[in-house]
Design a protein around this ligand. Structure first.
Ligand SMILES: Cc1cc2nc3c(=O)[nH]c(=O)nc-3n(C[C@H](O)[C@H](O)[C@H](O)COP(=O)(O)O)c2cc1C
Length: 293
């Protein structure tokens, strides 16, 4: 009995299985739908994975680019290190050279000082003597000062002796201009200094002229041209100047006649100073150069 029951039960199970294998249209559609959904899910998953892979591939390119830039930077740094080394060497050589030059200058100065000591202290250039006790005389030798090439700027713009020399002339009550004859005229160095002077520097100021040439041939060369320029300033120029030539010197000393001429010029200038108006005022009409439009 037991065995039969078991058999029946077995048949019932077998029947159910057969009934399940024979599904209808609805069941088929349901399964297809499930299959479709499963496929779509798989597609989505593949898409996502592909996107990740693409992203990773993009990152890889950036990494490659980064690596190449790093390499380039490494090369640049290596190049710069080389340049720094070269510069450091150059700086070292320059410092060495500078030390050598300082030592050289030092040695030369020491030699000069010793030579000076052996000769005894050189006397200072004696100040120019004047018979007039109230007269203070200053000598400006253009060979000893640096005057800038006049280009219209103010005298203190040149950074040399220009402003100091101009100021000394401006401050003087009397000026004597002395020049060797150069090519039948006065020197370019003197003209350059005159080009720096404001018109007021010599206006109505007694100005004497002393010239010197190799011979007497050009005795009016300096005076003629300087008078022109001094007229531009409205200076008071005595009617005669002093002309010297090589013959006026004996053993480097001025002959008496030449000394007398110079003294006479000085007298004339001192006299003219008594008729000179206060500084900045003309004697007579204002020079054209001082007229402002
Ligand atoms: C460039 C130059 C140009 C000169 N031109 C003249 C000139 O035209 N006439 C003249 O008499 N002397 C001329 N001299 C000579 C100088 O006037 C002379 O050397 C100066 O007065 C100083 O005299 P010393 O050489 O006897 O010391 C000239 C000198 C130089 C250097």
């Amino acid at each position: 009995m037991l065995r039969r029951l078991a058999l029946i039960a077995g048949c019932a199970v077998a029947f159910n299985a057969a009934a399940q294998g024979l599904f209808d249209d609805n069941e088929a559609r349901r399964r297809i739908e499930l299959l479709r959904q499963s496929l779509e899910a798989q597609n989505r998953s593949i898409d996502e994975r592909l996107a990740k892979i693409e992203l990773l591939a993009g990152d890889k390119n950036a990494l490659l680019e980064f690596a190449s830039q790093m390499e380039q930077l490494r090369n640049d740094v290596a190049g710069m290190r080389g340049q720094v080394e070269v510069l450091a060497n150059q700086a070292e050589s320059l410092a060495k050279r500078q030390t050598e030059l300082y030592q050289d200058i030092d040695t030369r100065l020491l030699k000069l000082e010793k030579a000076r000591e052996q000769q005894g202290a050189l006397p200072e250039k004696p100040p120019a003597q004047s018979a007039e006790p109230d007269l203070e005389i200053e000598l400006v030798n253009l060979a000893d000062v640096r005057i800038g090439f006049a280009d219209g700027r103010a005298p203190d713009a040149y950074g040399d002796d220009t402003a100091a020399v101009v100021n000394r002339i401006v401050a003087a009550d009397i000026v004597v201009l002395a020049s060797p004859v150069y090519r039948a005229s006065f020197t370019g160095a003197l003209k350059n200094l005159l080009d720096h002077l404001p018109v007021e520097a010599l206006m109505a100021k007694p100005c004497g002229i002393v010239a010197m040439g190799a011979t007497a041939h050009h005795y009016l060369g300096v005076e003629w041209h300087l008078r022109d320029v001094l007229t531009w300033f409205g200076a008071i120029v005595p009617p005669t100047g002093v002309y010297l030539s090589s013959a006026d010197f004996v053993d480097g000393n001025l002959v008496d006649s030449a000394k007398a001429d110079l003294a006479s010029l000085a007298d004339a200038l001192i006299k003219l100073q008594t008729i000179s108006p206060v500084s900045g005022k003309p004697l007579g009409p204002l020079p054209l150069s001082a007229r402002r439009p």
